[in-house]
Design a protein around this ligand. Sequence first.
Ligand SMILES: Cc1ncc(COP(=O)(O)O)c(C=O)c1O
Length: 236
Amino acid sequence: MSNKNNLGTKFIHAGAHPDPSTGAIMTPIYQTSTYVQSAPGVHKGYEYARSQNPTRFALEEAFAVIENGKYGLAFASGVAATDAVMRLLVPGDEVIAAHDMYGGSFRLFSKVHEKMGIKFIYVDTSNAENVANAITPATKLIWVETPTNPLMNITDIEAVSKIGNANNCIVCVDNTFASPYLQNPLDFGATIVMHSATKYLGGHSDVIQGCLVMNDETLRDQLYFIQKSTGAVPGP
Ligand SMILES: Cc1ncc(COP(=O)(O)O)c(C=O)c1O
């Protein structure tokens, strides 16, 4: 049932606008890779579906609305969304991450991004003091998962976000296990929310997908650039 935040209405209507070409109430699946140009560079805002697709844009808006954020980005998987966040960093940057989190995130950090010169410091984020103590001038990102998969450990998003914001660090919260029905990390000061949309957002065990939601436009532009440049987008 809908609660005081009108969640039921949001979940049904988010991102859905009548289709401008036909008036279709439900967002059509634009099953196209490319779009016609009447002359080179002359088009309707859509060139190539890795960069722009109306179906994906509707989904991205829905992600943003249900997480109380301004901008959403959809990815081919939750891991692809996590990977995009890590690509904001440069060699020498440090990340504080939870010592207990989804194993695939740990694998991505330790086997892929560590080789690129990113340093990961793993702490028990359920005690925010551990996060504060691990901050160094090189810390650029704090990665929180709450509740964690599979141990269900809880981190105080507000406390960790305060520490991150005071130290100019991005705070990214993997909100997969809570779902936006129960928890909206941006409301507590987090910079980015990440989901394995494969889980509760997909809901039927029939899709692999990930998303990021944020309020900061510059960050959105950086992550959109990474999304289209590395290409881990979901098909229409
Ligand atoms: C908490 C959490 N984060 C991230 C992921 C990775 O998502 P995906 O499997 O969609 O790549 C998972 C997958 O199980 C997860 O449970």
